[in-house]
Design a protein around this ligand. Sequence first.
Ligand code: AMP
Length: 283
Amino acid sequence: MIVRSVTDLRATVQDWRRSGLSCALVPTMGALHEGHLALVRLARQSCARVVVSIFVNPLQFGPNEDLAAYPRREAADVAAATQAGAQLVFVPTVTEMYAPGHATTVHVVGLSEGLCGPHRPGHFDGVATVVTKLLLQALPDAAFFGEKDYQQLLIIRRLARDLDIPVRIEGMPIMREPDGLAMSSRNAYLSADQRRIAPELAATLGDMARTLASSGGAVSQVVAAGKARLLAAGFSSIDYVEVCDAGTLAPVARVEGPARLLAAVRLGGTRLIDNVPVAGKTA
Ligand code: AMP
């Protein structure tokens, strides 16, 4: 079932609730791939009903980003989401989501400031605002997000907690192509040559994480070597490669507790992000 208005979304979810059925929300921007569909399947395992939203949110794109070019294929997405277990696909228009005069944004202090924050000004405010709205529109029992966007996941956990939104925020590990490349709707932008280079991001992060875990974590040297390897592999530029506390995203100089290695790189005009957990020193 496709629903385009908040009123209809609320009516359907309320019906489910009255029938005692739990409800999950999986927010997406469409161009669904296996990563999205795995989220839908996970959501279906924990809730009786699953809503997938498809909304290419203008608020989270910068002026020089790919809003106009972002892939849109509603019919195929609705079929795939339904097949994976969604009962309702919410596809609002921009004016349904942002009525004229819309003036409220959500900003999560701290978590939004590092990593992708400086490279995509306003991005996380756009994400936080639209996800807050989607959570309040659907009022699901649980909402599912991928660790692919690790910083985003932590921001969403925080806003749900801070704003007392009664929802469980669930994360899911990154789904990858057989060669390790994190699945992303933006992978469709890659040329054949770029597609051959792209998996080197995941390979480099994986090797770095292993080195950090076994060496006890001289972070700066490992990061410098990792950046050099990425540039040598053919990536055009590096936005960041950082090791951060897994909970606060504060940069760490030594890996002592749970940490996350996160990176954003450019390959031609395409920006790729990826991240891996880093275990504390085991030896
Ligand atoms: P997007 O459509 O890119 O906004 O992504 C919608 C949701 O799917 C977000 O929670 C993403 O983190 C998640 N997602 C996207 N790609 C992957 C992936 N490769 N593995 C796991 N989750 C993903």
